[in-house]
Design a protein around this ligand. Structure first.
Ligand code: FES
Length: 88
C-alpha cells in the first residue's frame, strides 16, 4: 500500500450510512483542517471507508489498528488530540 511505502500512518473515517449521518459527514472536513493546521500531511494518510460493522457504536474512526467509537462532533477534537499527541 502507498501509505506504507512513504511511512504514513493511516487514519480512516467510516463513511457508511450510519456513521455518515451521525456526524462523519462533517467530521471529514474537521479532520482535514486539523491535519493541515498541525502540519501532519506528510505523516498521515487520511481516507474514508465503507461500513466497519460497528454502526451501533458509531460514529467510528480508525487510526492504525485502533478503532475509536462514538466519535461525536463534541468528542472529535479530543480524540484527534489523543491520537496525534500519542503518536507524533
Ligand atoms: S456505518 Fe460506520 S460502522 Fe457501520
Amino acid at each position: 500500500m502507498n501509505h506504507r511505502a512513504n511511512n504514513k500512518k493511516e487514519l480512516i473515517i467510516c463513511l457508511g450510512s450510519a456513521c455518515f449521518s451521525r456526524g462523519n459527514k462533517n467530521a471529514v472536513q474537521v479532520i482535514k483542517d486539523y491535519i493541515k493546521e498541525h502540519q501532519l500531511e506528510e505523516k498521515v494518510y487520511f481516507h474514508g471507508c465503507h461500513c466497519m460493522e460497528r454502526c451501533e457504536n458509531g460514529p467510528v474512526l480508525k487510526f492504525e489498528d485502533k478503532v475509536y467509537t462514538q466519535v461525536t462532533s463534541e468528542r472529535l477534537i479530543y480524540v484527534l488530540d489523543e491520537i496525534f499527541h500519542k503518536y507524533f
